[in-house]
Design a protein around this ligand. Structure first.
Ligand code: SF4
Length: 129
């Protein structure tokens, strides 16, 4: 996946995460990792995003919202599954309200970042190879 660009704005959707993935995502904004120095940042509106970061296994209650947000991200765009749940191999994979990850619920992600939760340094390296 070609992420070599000057700016990479991301919208995040929690699609049923336990919130540990979000904690690690938030760590990217710390002064130690500071992902903004690489031109990577989080935006509030999907209309302003170059890509969508999804955490969680995609639960029943979040599936429609996730589809709407994804449809709102302008093309060209990148879909990123963050954490084992979103990748489709997490502990909630077979839970009754789980759709089994981004690939099963939406479409095949452009980038998968595994881990439960993924290490923030690993996330940054994947986003800024
Ligand atoms: S991958 Fe692990 S840390 Fe992330 S949402 Fe799933 S259970 Fe939580």
């Amino acid at each position: 996946m070609d992420l070599q660009r000057k700016s990479f704005q991301l919208r995040h959707v929690d699609a049923g995460s336990c919130n540990a993935c979000e904690q690690e995502l938030t760590a990217l904004l710390s002064k130690e990792l500071d992902m903004q120095r690489y031109g990577i940042d989080m935006v509030a509106s999907p209309r302003h995003a170059d890509g969508l970061v999804v955490t969680g296994p995609v639960t029943d209650t979040m599936k429609t919202a996730l589809e709407k947000v994804w449809e709102s991200v302008p093309r060209p765009r990148k879909l990123i599954a963050l954490g084992d749940c979103a990748v489709g191999c997490g502990v909630f994979q077979a839970a009754y309200a789980s759709h089994g990850g981004v690939g099963a619920a939406l479409e095949t992600p452009d980038l998968e970042i595994r881990g439960c939760p993924p290490d923030p340094k690993k996330i940054l390296k994947k986003l800024n190879p």
